[in-house]
Each structure stands twice: as structure tokens, then as C-alpha cells.
Design a protein. Structure first.
Length: 136
């Protein structure tokens, strides 16, 4: 079962994960390694900051690992609760259609898996405040 913010209110079964969490970061993707470098560094720093949390990075297109491959890796490593954080500023086709379709397809094949998907970064007031602080 999966849930994304576009689905409406969060079902009771979904809650904030703590402790031994699994975190999948999802970026757009590019064939240019220089474009990917900041995302790889973000994933590395998040893993260092939260050593009890298994952090993985995936891409929607143009480079590996793609979302299904990253989900499969986490699942076959024993993860049954995965938090997905799209590294996008807003909801467009990728976050309203593509990512939910990928998450639901994987979840349908693995009914023991719970996937929670965060909203786009730009929709979070705390992210907007941090961005304003950098841009001011």
C-alpha cells in the first residue's frame, strides 16, 4: 500500500517513521554526472546524520538506479516501511502521475510493504523559509 499527498488525507495506517527507518530520495535524473553530484552528496550527508536510517537515492529517468530498482533493493534488504522523499520543488506530471504509478505498482506486488511519500520540497513551509533565507 502506498500514499502520496495528492491522494488526500493520510490514512490512519501511515505515520511518521522513526528509529530504524528506510528513506528513498527521488530526483529527476540526468545523464550528466555533474548534475547528479549534489543529490549524491545530499544522500551521503543524510546517511551520516541518521546512521540508523538506510538512505538510498534513485532517479525517475536518464540514469540508474531507477525507482523500481531502488525499491527492490530496499525491499530485498528487508525493508518493509519506506519513506519516499521527492527532491522536486513542485508537483508536476512526475509527482502527480509517474512517481505514484511506480510506487503503487511496486506496492501492489508486495502487499507487506508500506510506502509513505512526502510532498514536493517546495510545498513545505520550512523549505520555503530556508530557500528565502538563502535567496535574501
Amino acid at each position: 500500500m502506498s500514499w502520496c499527498p495528492a491522494d488526500g488525507p493520510k490514512p490512519a495506517r501511515f505515520s511518521v517513521m522513526t528509529g530504524n527507518a528506510r528513506h528513498l530520495l527521488v530526483a529527476h535524473g540526468s545523464s550528466d554526472a555533474r548534475w547528479r553530484a549534489p543529490f549524491e552528496e545530499l544522500a551521503r550527508q543524510l546517511a551520516v546524520r541518521h546512521p540508523a536510517c538506510l538512505v538510498a537515492l534513485s532517479y525517475l529517468e536518464k540514469c540508474p538506479p531507477d525507482v523500481p530498482a531502488a525499491l527492490a533493493d530496499l525491499y530485498y534488504r528487508g525493508c518493509r516501511h519506506i519513506r519516499v522523499s521527492p527532491l522536486f520543488l513542485s508537483h508536476g506530471a512526475h509527482l502527480t502521475r509517474d512517481l505514484p504509478d511506480l510506487l503503487c505498482a511496486f506496492s501492489d506486488r508486495h502487499p507487506d510493504l508500506v510506502i509513505v511519500c512526502d510532498p514536493a520540497l517546495g510545498e513545505r513551509p520550512d523549505f520555503q523559509a530556508a530557500l528565502l533565507a538563502v535567496l535574501a
